[in-house]
Design a binder for this molecule. Structure first.
Ligand SMILES: O=C(O)[C@@H](O)C(=O)COP(=O)(O)O
Ligand SMILES: [Zn+2]
Length: 215
């Protein structure tokens, strides 16, 4: 990857991080973002950094073995990100947020751990699909990577119990869009809770999946 391309990616991470933060999709220094680089390594947001105020030059650059090459110490969730990439060669970026409604769903005792949010809308099916719950782990614990590894091959998004969503996309833009859609659908799900909403039928979901395959 040329220096020019790397710098453009650094700028894009900072711009989209600020956009997510400014719209209240993650707070304080929560959340992290990574993007795969052309040489098999990654750019990752530094640990304890606010996504709303990222300095592109300080974003961590890791090689294919996860060693830090440049920038600040990476997110403590680097294991989680690399575990997900390992299972998803088609994914170019990952976003993890503490977006309020998604976190709320991750705390509900009644959610189906194989599929936390029902197919309420077509766009949710197109962007996210089936969303499994990953049992609670201490943030940054390498065991979280192992837990995600078993699910990431089949799912581009997972929900960490009592923590938040982790969403992969072909590009950073795609991962951000899917994370936004997940958050809005979590909000709808909470709004409709107890009202027995009509969801899409399995046939409607299958049709969407055939016409709009996800990455
Ligand atoms: O919840 C956590 O502690 C992490 O998952 C997180 O969101 C922020 O950690 P860093 O990326 O290490 O700042
Ligand atoms: Zn987190």
């Amino acid at each position: 990857m040329s220096m020019h391309d790397e710098n453009a990616l650094r700028e894009q991470i900072a711009t989209l991080g600020q956009s997510l933060f400014d719209r209240g999709l993650t707070m304080g220094s929560s959340g992290n973002i990574s993007v795969r680089t052309g040489d098999g390594g990654w750019l990752m947001t530094p640990t304890n950094a606010c996504l709303g105020r990222l300095d592109p030059a300080r974003i961590s650059r890791l090689d294919r073995d996860g060693r830090l090459l440049a920038g600040d110490k990476p997110t403590k969730e680097s294991f989680l990100h690399t575990a997900m990439y390992e299972q998803r060669p088609q994914s170019g970026a990952i976003v993890h947020l503490h977006s309020t409604h998604s976190v709320a769903v991750s705390c509900l005792p009644e959610v189906d751990p194989c599929d936390c949010i029902p197919p309420l809308t077509a766009y949710y099916v197109m962007r996210v699909g089936r969303l499994p719950l990953v049992p609670y782990h201490v943030p940054g614990d390498p065991s979280l990577g192992d837990a995600v590894r078993g699910l990431a091959g089949q799912h581009s998004a997972v929900l960490l119990a009592n923590h938040g969503p982790v969403v992969a996309g072909k590009s950073l833009e795609a991962a951000v869009y899917a994370t936004e859609e997940l958050e809005e659908t979590a909000r709808l799900y909470l709004l409709l809770r107890g009202q027995n909403p009509r969801t899409l039928t399995p046939e409607q979901v299958a049709e969407l999946e055939a016409r709009f395959p996800r990455d």
